[in-house]
Design a protein around this ligand. Sequence first.
Ligand code: 6YU
Length: 498
Amino acid sequence: LKVNAKIVIVGCGISGIAAAHRLVKAGFHHVRIVEATARSGGRIKTGSLGDNIIEIGANWIHGPSEENPVFCLARQYGLLDPEALTPENQAMDIGGHPPWVPNVFTSSGQKLNIEDVAPAVEMFAELLEQSSEFQSQGGEPYASMGDFIRSEVRRQAAEKWKDVDAAAISTRLHVVSNLLKVECCVNGSHSMDDVGLGAFGLYKTLPGLDCTFPGGYEGLIKNLMSELPGGLVTYNQPVHCVHWSNTEKRENPVVIECEAGERITADHAIVTVPLGYLKKHHSTLFRPPLPLHKLHSVQRLGFGTNNKIFVEFDSPWWDADCEVIYYLWEDEDAMVDQVPDVQRSWIKKLFGFTVLKPTERYGHVLCGWIAGHESEYMETLSEQEVMQGVTQLIRRFTGNPTITPRRILRSQWFHDPWTCGSYTYPGRGCSLQDLENMMEPLPTKTSQAQPLQVLFAGEATHPCYYSTVHGALLSGWREADRLISHYSSISPSELPRS
Ligand code: 6YU
């Protein structure tokens, strides 16, 4: 198949790169990517802290096993540690929540035993599992994940913990607050009250214990880019508007208008901009505007913020086997995941830290996680202020006033003008239909107009792997395949001429 169709891909993240890769391999030779920034990779972004490699965006391969195309490519390019390749690692079914060894600290400077927190952790895990079932049952007893979890914990605690003393119950309810904050990071939501209960189960996990890229996630981007023809990407070229539905022109019916004024004509555009960008700019990005049903899905789906704060220490103050550190605020109301006074107390939303392992590779580096409006506020502070907040927090919770970080680095995804947040979650009232609307090409009804003028890829368009790199990659392949099968099914006389 060798076609002359002109295809312009908007955005050079993993979905745009995947689409270009597939199209070029299939014989399309007029493929171009226009990218707003000076780099490829989008939300896959590797940086450094001192001598250490750190991931500012995507961190893990979620579910590294045969069905995960990111895992298969990373293996093919030789980018993974040997442990990640073992059959045992691939077979582990963790349901999206790795079984990390925790250290739990309280705001009064105590380190808790696992037995103190285990009953709440188990109850929470069961509720997450149950919540996935409402999707198939078609009924939602509560409007949001937050409502469901709080109500169920209250109900079950009254039944199962009736003989437990008040102090222990209070600790358990603070564990629930902490786990709600963890889930805000996992989902990229401000609060679990914003996450729809029925749609929560749309997200599917793959088997395999999550693994990282020892040389950085961007190694995947570099390898894929090296297989594309040189000059295919135009950098520093933000797209201002995609003009479509030009009924007078049968050839090149799409015009991509760039902010710098250049107008690129094309037969098809594949738009891969993040949902956060779409929410903010949809009214100027499309002429004519998006059909209402598509626009409503853009609005209904959630796109929140999850940021990381990397902190390096001269020596560890956590246990040698510790993989995650949790903080319980004893002065907080039970089971809350939002901070009432964001400017004064934003740090309360940070659920804790994951420990970068192995130590021989990373030294003593922790990665703090903070979601929501508190995270967006954190982005406006200076690095010095963030460092101060983190230092105070660690000193208070460990009861050790001498702990001093060596250096920090945080991500600022909300204020990134081309992302406007972190990733997609199903908001209240969302359903599979919303994700299907997201991926539907324009024009939606093929009458006389040229079909497939504007196609949509990107993590927010995947029906069950949204919010992930593998979801984004698969969505790019899907839209490339849509064009490939379109051109395979039409007769040669109908093919665009160059
Ligand atoms: C994963 C992980 N991970 C952490 C953090 C973030 C994300 N993800 P891109 O944005 O990449 O590309 C679009 C391009 O378009 C970009 O280059 C723009 O500059 C450009 N653009 C925009 N406007 C333009 C314009 N006008 N003109 C031209 N160009 C324009 N995923 O698999 N593992 O560990 C994490 C994490 C902090 C921010 C992540 C992770 C998400 C991925 O990074 C993301 O999906 C893809 O990279 C997106 O690729 P793309 O091509 O679509 O867009 C149980 C359960 C519950 C449900 N959810 C659980 C899932 C867990 C999600 N995990 C995420 C966690 C972390 C830690």
